[in-house]
Each structure stands twice: as structure tokens, then as C-alpha cells.
Design a binder for this molecule. Structure first.
Ligand code: E4P
Length: 217
């Protein structure tokens, strides 16, 4: 499974990148706002640091303007995935840009039918938003499972990018179901290493080790 970091914060990306955990990055207008940076500048910095796909989202709602924005974002670097919303204009943009060989991430997906349309429009990635479905009492994981089955039934190559990840359990379940990628905030990815029994076991080992009076180096 590939790990993307869902942030436009360079320090967060760099910290996880040092461990080799960052296969790509996703950003969105809210994350750009949070970073306080210019979209073109910060996206270029991210693309220089991370060789994998870096999603940069269009802000227009009309297809022609979206296509123009997508082409401009695509000029930032070869590893840009242009992110478009799952609207008719977004699907049209996806079809146009993917026909030009551009990676496209179709975002704000909340149903299996939307995911089917994105695959038919040539999307590189489909981003179902798990956490936002959970927020309204709909099981986001069922959506991931439905999309996995539909894509496998017909051999669609669009990668399922599980998004709006709020907990480590979302990551476990996405991996179990077979999502190709998860994109999560750095804080959630870092929590994957945590386990209270690891902490307790280590404390006991360190205490016993101190009693031996030995040193390894
Ligand atoms: C995905 O590409 C989105 O940027 C992101 O996962 C949205 O997450 P949120 O629902 O926590 O804002």
C-alpha cells in the first residue's frame, strides 16, 4: 500500500520522507490556506522533495477554466496529479487532461457511482472521503469496499486513494479492503507505530538491561 501525506506543510513532509514513508502528497485549497503559502511556490517545493505524485487542486468550477488551471498546475513539475472535484465539469476536465497524458486525481467522491464515472473518465486516482462520510453516520469503509469490487469486476486501473483519513483504524481497514493508496495527515501516519504494549515491553527490557550493568557499544 502506498502512503501519501495529506498536507502542504513542507516540514511535516520532510520528516516522514526521511524515513522513506512518503510515496506521494495530496493538497487541497484548505491545506494551502493552512500553510499560508502561495500554491505554485509550495507545490513546486513539495515536487522537488518528493518524486511520487503530488496532487494540486484546481479552484475553478467551469470546465474550460478548470482545464486551464489544470494545465498551469501541471507545468509545475512532471509529478503533478491535477486534482479535480467530482462534478460534470471535473469529469470533463479529467477526460481532457488524462487524454493529454496528465495524472488526474478526482476528489470529493462519496458514492460508488461517482467512482465508476471517474474511472470511465480516465482518472489516475479516485479519492473517496472516508472521514466525512463517517461524520454523517455513513460507513466510509463500505464505499471503499464497493469501489474495490467494481473496479476489480471491470479491470479499471484507476487507483483507489482512501482520503479524509482521521484514525489509524481507517488505514488498517483501507489496507484490508485493498485500497491502493491512503492519504493521511502526518500526525495519523505517525500514530501507526504506537502500541501501549510496545511501550510497556520496552520499559521492562530497559529496566532489566540497566540491572545487568552491561553496554553494547
Ligand atoms: C484528500 O485528498 C483531501 O485533501 C483530504 O483527505 C480531506 O480530508 P478532510 O476530510 O480531513 O479535510
Amino acid at each position: 500500500m502506498k502512503f501519501f501525506v495529506d498536507t502542504a506543510n513542507i516540514d511535516e513532509i520532510a520528516e516522514l520522507h526521511e524515513l522513506g514513508f512518503v510515496d506521494g502528497v495530496t493538497t487541497n485549497p484548505s491545506l494551502i490556506l493552512k500553510s499560508g503559502r502561495d500554491i505554485l511556490e509550495v507545490t513546486k517545493e513539495i515536487c522537488d522533495l518528493i518524486p511520487g505524485p503530488v496532487s494540486a487542486e484546481v479552484a475553478a468550477t467551469d470546465a474550460d477554466e478548470m482545464i486551464a488551471e489544470g494545465r498551469k498546475l501541471a507545468q509545475i513539475a512532471d509529478n503533478i496529479a491535477v486534482k479535480v472535484p467530482l462534478t460534470w465539469a471535473g469529469l470533463k476536465t479529467c477526460r481532457t487532461l488524462s487524454s493529454e497524458g496528465q495524472m488526474v486525481n478526482v476528489t470529493l467522491c462519496f458514492s460508488a457511482n461517482q467512482a465508476l464515472l471517474a474511472a470511465k473518465a480516465g482518472a489516475t486516482f479516485i479519492s473517496p472521503f472516508i472521514g466525512r462520510l463517517d461524520d454523517i453516520n455513513v460507513d466510509g469503509m463500505e464505499l471503499i469496499a464497493d469501489i474495490r469490487q467494481i473496479y476489480d469486476n471491470y479491470g479499471y486501473e484507476t487507483e483507489i486513494l482512501a482520503a479524509s483519513i482521521r484514525t489509524v483504524n481507517h488505514i488498517t481497514e483501507s489496507a484490508r479492503i485493498g485500497a491502493d493508496v491512503v492519504t493521511a495527515p502526518a500526525a495519523v501516519l505517525k500514530k501507526l507505530a504506537d502500541h501501549p504494549l510496545t511501550d510497556a515491553g520496552l520499559a521492562a527490557f530497559l529496566s532489566d538491561w540497566a540491572k545487568t550493568g552491561q553496554k553494547i557499544v
